[in-house]
Design a protein around this ligand. Structure first.
Ligand code: NAG
Ligand code: NAG
Ligand code: NAG
Ligand code: NAG
Ligand code: NAG
Ligand code: NAG
Ligand code: NAG
Ligand code: NAG
Ligand code: NAG
Ligand code: NAG
Ligand code: NAG
Length: 559
């Protein structure tokens, strides 16, 4: 099967595929450091000042100039927590799922055919919107403190605002789409029979839906918004694409329909659409022949720039020049291929193939990572690293599980909180997901239970460094190698001069305080001592006479 895919990739690669890119290496030295630490204390440090570091390798250098690797695998690191250890070891970067909340929506699914189909967010209003395939919209409130989600008690249907045609065939399955526009604070719900928009200012129960003039289409495969051009693009299969302009008040205006033939795709079926927000490029996926890239700087003259030919595609997503295409082999096996695209020289490179473990239904690509959505298992992977730079022995992927997951979206809370974590919100057919993931940079941990003095050299592989920046090099085929040598000393040391001084001062204060306390107590005892003696005597007497007193009380009550 692998052979089949490779054949397909080769076949499709006849266009302008690069097979052996030129590699550039930049070397940089991080100033050396001395770390000293007390016995049995752990010291951990990272390289957060050097962004782009994706792998680390640590070597101990002995006095006789020989070296030994200090890279440990996960299991060995676990063992170190218990056993005795002397020295430093490296920890690779990883993605961790910190937090995983779920809102079960089963109770609002009243028919067996009902399920949710799409998700939009109003990040600035702490709201998420879900649309169900009976054209009702629900709202999820995300608490401003994060980590708390709640379904709003009201919902609203937009069925009456669209003209649902009764000439649809029996295979038609409604799949409404949602698009959010933070500029106009609006959400658009888009279907084959028309669309509506509503404001995110009010709660969904109180909001006034507005009908939007949209073209009737046989089937919509996907909907996308380009924020910069304020354009909504609807992928309509064999009917091509529809372009809508978001006008100043948030009303949609149909600009044009472009048939596959007009886009240079004979007999094309356009199933997915995307664009670069800060550029004027539009990407269309044809189910038969692959990805097409257009320049849309002039909407009246949309021109094809290049294409990546791949048969039997299903979906795609991208971040800048890194694309993930999901496609199917002749044997119905899904795979995802990571592609680097260079518009300048109109070439592309297949960087990675993900085929092994799971069925891939969808892919979402974000700044540093991509999420491959499978049937029930999903994979979070780092992207945009040239495969020759990756040591395959280092595992950097993270899995999570969720039945019937449909869509993942980043919830952008960076305007409100400074955090290195990311929040993903996801929609499954019958559930809403809230996942917090964090990125752990590569680190070095040092720990010693005996006096030690050891020298190390750390080599960091990075996609960024100042040297690369100076050369105006943004190529994925350029590697920055940073080296950092350091000495780790662990010693039995009570403290430095200033802590000594602190100790002495504290001790002095304690002694003086104690003397004063004794004087005060003596004085008080002399003055009030008899009273204390008296109180003591009375208490003793009370204890001694207690059983007798109780009897007395009982007798009194009986009388
Ligand atoms: C690699 O570099 C050589 C010489 O500098 C050049 O001729 C060739 O086109 C380059 N190849 C690629 C894929 O950029
Ligand atoms: C580290 O310590 C050694 C001697 O202990 C010293 O020669 C060297 O200058 C120190 N380096 C730094 C960066 O402090
Ligand atoms: C170098 O020193 C280390 C530790 O002191 C020792 O384990 C190693 O065998 C030595 N290597 C050589 C070639 O002497
Ligand atoms: C949606 O709202 C309507 C009233 O607007 C209500 O009758 C219905 O029960 C709600 N549905 C759910 C699932 O909450
Ligand atoms: C529905 O169709 C009728 C008649 O074709 C038309 O008058 C009306 O404006 C349409 N409504 C919408 C929301 O498109
Ligand atoms: C359309 O754009 C292409 C390339 O950008 C240019 O060569 C062509 O002349 C343009 N056509 C029109 C009609 O403007
Ligand atoms: C860093 O990159 C080099 C060159 O590609 C590679 O040989 C080495 O294995 C990488 N190191 C790590 C820790 O991945
Ligand atoms: C986040 O940090 C940046 C600089 O580190 C600061 O300018 C900004 O005000 C901070 N934002 C919040 C919401 O704390
Ligand atoms: C630690 O070892 C280095 C050589 O490996 C030596 O230069 C340095 O003086 C030693 N430092 C201490 C505090 O023993
Ligand atoms: C890098 O680009 C800047 C402007 O974008 C230019 O001023 C500079 O000369 C360029 N440097 C190199 C090495 O090409
Ligand atoms: C002494 O220790 C204190 C705190 O433990 C630290 O802040 C200070 O920098 C140290 N001074 C020296 C000279 O190492």
């Amino acid at each position: 099967m692998i052979i089949l895919i490779i054949f397909q990739l080769l076949y499709s690669g006849q266009n302008t595929k690069v097979s052996q890119p030129n590699i550039t290496l930049y070397s940089e030295v991080i100033p050396p450091s001395n770390y000293s630490n007390k016995l049995r204390q752990t010291k951990q440090f990272g390289y957060s000042n050097y962004p782009g570091v994706f792998a680390i390798s640590l070597k101990e250098i002995f006095e006789n100039n020989t070296e030994q690797s200090a890279d440990l695998n996960d299991l060995e690191i676990e063992e170190k927590q218990f056993g005795t250890y002397s020295g430093c070891y490296s920890i690779q970067r990883k993605i961790e799922i910190e937090f995983n909340l779920q809102l079960q929506l089963e109770q609002i699914i009243t028919q067996p055919w009902m399920h949710f189909t799409d998700l939009a967010t109003a990040d600035n209003k702490f709201k998420a919107y879900l649309v169900r395939n009976d054209y009702s919209i629900f709202q999820v409130d995300i608490s401003t403190g994060l980590g708390q989600i709640e379904l709003n008690s009201k919902n609203q249907s937009f069925k009456d605002y669209i003209n649902i045609s009764n000439i649809v065939d029996q295979f038609y399955v409604p799949h409404p789409y949602l698009i959010d526009d933070e500029g106009s604070n609006k959400i658009y719900a888009i279907t084959e029979f028309g669309g509506v928009s509503f404001s995110t200012d009010e709660n969904i129960g109180d909001v006034q839906m507005e009908s939007e003039e949209m073209q009737q289409r046989k089937q919509i495969y996907n909907v996308h918004k380009n924020s910069r051009a304020q354009l909504i693009v609807v992928a309509c299969g064999s009917e091509g694409i529809d372009l809508y302009e978001i006008q100043s008040k948030g009303k949609l205006k149909h600009k044009k329909q472009l048939l596959p033939e007009q886009l240079g795709i004979e007999d094309g079926i356009i199933i997915d659409v995307d664009s670069n927000d800060d550029e004027t490029k539009l990407y269309l996926l044809d189910s038969e022949s692959g990805l097409y890239i257009y320049d849309i700087s002039d909407l009246n003259n949309i021109t094809q720039i290049m294409s990546v030919l791949l048969p039997n595609t299903k979906t795609f997503d991208h971040y800048l020049n890194t694309f993930f295409l999901v496609a199917k082999t002749n044997t119905q096996l899904y795979y995802a291929v990571e592609i680097f695209i260079d518009y300048e020289i109109k070439s592309y490179y297949y960087n990675n193939l993900y085929i092994d473990e799971m069925i891939i239904n969808d892919v979402n690509v974000f700044e540093h990572y991509a999420v491959l959505i499978g049937d029930d298992g999903h994979k979070i992977i780092y992207h945009s690293i040239y495969n020759q730079f990756i040591n395959q022995a280092i595992k950097q992927h993270t899995y999570f599980q969720e039945d019937n997951l449909i869509k993942i979206k980043e919830y952008d809370f960076s305007k409100f909180y400074n955090s290195s974590s990311r929040i993903l919100i996801g929609l499954a057919k019958h559930a809403f997901k809230y996942i917090e993931i964090s990125f752990q940079d590569p680190k070095i941990t040092c720990l010693s239970d005996q006096v030690a003095n050891k020298s190390y050299i750390a080599t960091l592989n990075s996609t960024q460094c100042s040297n690369k920046k100076e050369h105006n090099d943004s190529s994925p085929y350029s590697l920055c190698q940073l080296t950092h040598s350091f000495v780790y000393q662990s010693e039995f040391k009570p403290g430095n001069k200033s802590t000594y001084a602190q100790y002495t001062l504290t001790l002095y204060a304690l002694v003086v305080g104690l003397i004063w306390l004794i004087i005060v107590i003596c004085y008080l005892y002399k003055k009030w001592g008899y009273k204390l003696e008296f109180l003591k005597w009375r208490k003793q007497k009370l204890i001694v006479t207690q059983p007798f007193n109780q009897d007395l009380e009982l007798q009194n009550q009986n009388n």
